[in-house]
Design a protein around this ligand. Structure first.
Ligand SMILES: NC(=O)c1ccc[n+]([C@@H]2O[C@H](COP(=O)([O-])OP(=O)(O)OC[C@H]3O[C@@H](n4cnc5c(N)ncnc54)[C@H](OP(=O)(O)O)[C@@H]3O)[C@@H](O)[C@H]2O)c1
Length: 390
């Protein structure tokens, strides 16, 4: 029986993880849950799963949850809060495996603490890999802590790499759906609304990752994540647009063979793979190969989707530029959703922040968080300057 810490339990990945626990009660149990601001969902999850510890983003939210649990007569769950709360969930002595699925750098310290505590990780939170991947992977290797990717592309690469050695890998191909604007002419991008950008053609996900998919910054973050997870230079991590989202990624070997992973478009499968690795439990998540008529692959358009170009440039520089790429995007996506900037304003903001970022390579998590907050400040300034010109 594996007892799980689910960081980001109220989110899309967190809920899919709980549905896997529900389907495999003989294999998995919930030990701790960490959420952000959704007290209603956290309350329901505590009633259903009775975790040892539950964490919320703030002291006030934790107090509200405590009151509601007391009114309901629920005992046995400790309610904690903030970064210290997420860390307590991730490092609890009764936790055997941590699912890291808090969105953004808010999940970074808990993920790092879990690695230092020797807990195997199922990693969905790509932003923490982009911001601090050098530190996280170094510590994981030093302590022999498994980092199993949940992000579907990296999960696919992990699966395809099981059949060869690292030296035999020529390059990896990350597939991208291309998002809802794959065929939209460049001149129409300025009129894209948050409502249109939030409609992803193939996946149902949280807001930030859905907008990142529409700008293709998500694929850029994944390129950096792949470099860190699989110890590859950016030149060996390629992107191909594959609108069907059926092939989740491919690994090309030096002899010319290309291995692809195909499965349903359902995050429960990579989550199950990460939880069960190296085993493969049987599941109902079957793919109907007979219904598959064709597979398309296209070269990504870096002119209409400059975020992908910016991510490759940041990947080459590493350190502060990767941190700034992620931080500037997070601020820009929030501003876009709040209708403060246009859709093309997202890459414009990121590009200006990257230009203003001095090259550096923080060696501690505190240093990463410092560079992150400086990049956010720069992004807010860029947005304010842009707004004043409108
Ligand atoms: N969804 C997917 O299919 C998918 C695929 C690949 C990778 N990922 C990655 O997985 C991560 C989660 O994505 P998602 O789609 O599940 O996002 P989501 O639905 O927006 O969920 C985010 C989770 O993070 C929690 N959270 C936010 N701020 C927090 C804080 N300060 N402290 C503690 N918890 C906090 C949220 O809590 P509240 O809701 O309670 O505020 C929620 O549980 C992201 O890094 C994303 O890039 C997702």
């Amino acid at each position: 029986m594996k007892r799980l810490a689910i960081l980001g339990s109220t989110g899309s990945i967190g809920q899919s993880t709980l549905s896997i626990v529900d389907s495999y009660p003989e294999r998995y149990a919930v030990a701790t849950l960490a959420a952000g601001r959704n007290v209603d969902s956290a309350f329901e999850q505590v009633l259903r799963w009775r975790p040892l510890v539950v964490s919320l983003a703030t002291e006030e939210l934790a107090a509200e949850l405590t009151r509601r649990l007391r009114d309901k007569g629920v005992t046995g769950t400790e309610v904690v809060w903030g970064t210290a709360g997420s860390i307590a969930c991730a490092t609890h002595a009764d936790v055997d495996f941590v699912v890291s699925a808090i969105v953004g750098v808010a999940g970074l310290e808990a993920t790092h603490a879990a690695i230092l505590a020797g807990k195997p990780i199922g990693l969905a939170n790509k932003e923490c890999m982009v911001a601090a991947g050098e530190i996280l992977t170094q510590d994981a290797r030093r302590l022999a802590v498994p980092l199993i990717p949940i992000d579907s592309e990296h999960n696919a690469v992990h699966q395809c790499m099981r059949v060869g050695t690292a030296a035999e890998v020529k390059q990896v191909w990350l597939t991208a759906s291309g998002g809802p604007f794959r065929e939209l002419p460049a001149e129409d991008f300025v009129a894209i609304t948050p409502e249109r950008a939030l409609k992803h053609p193939t996946w149902v996900m949280g807001q930030r990752i859905t907008i990142d998919s529409a700008t293709m910054l998500n694929k850029g973050l994944e390129v950096i994540e792949a470099c860190r997870l699989f110890d590859l230079p950016a030149s060996k991590v390629r992107v191909t647009v594959h609108p069907q989202s059926t092939v989740h990624s491919l690994v090309e070997y030096v002899d010319g063979s290309i291995l692809a992973q195909i499965s349903v478009t359902d995050m429960r499968l990579p989550i199950l793979y990460a939880l069960a690795y190296p085993e493969r439990p049987s599941s109902t998540l079957t793919f109907d190969l007979a219904a598959l008529s064709h597979l398309d692959f296209e070269v990504p358009d870096l002119v209409r989707f400059p975020c992908l170009r910016l991510a490759y440039e940041a990947a080459e520089k590493g350190g502060a530029h990767c941190i700034a790429l992620n931080a500037a995007d997070e601020v820009a996506v929030e501003a876009f959703l709040a209708r403060k900037i246009t859709f093309p304003g997202i890459p414009r903001t990121i590009e200006k922040v990257l230009e203003r970022t001095p090259e550096s390579h923080p060696e501690t998590i505190a240093g990463v968080l410092e560079a992150d907050s400086q990049a956010r400040e720069r992004a807010r300034n860029v947005i304010a300057e842009d707004a004043s010109r409108l």
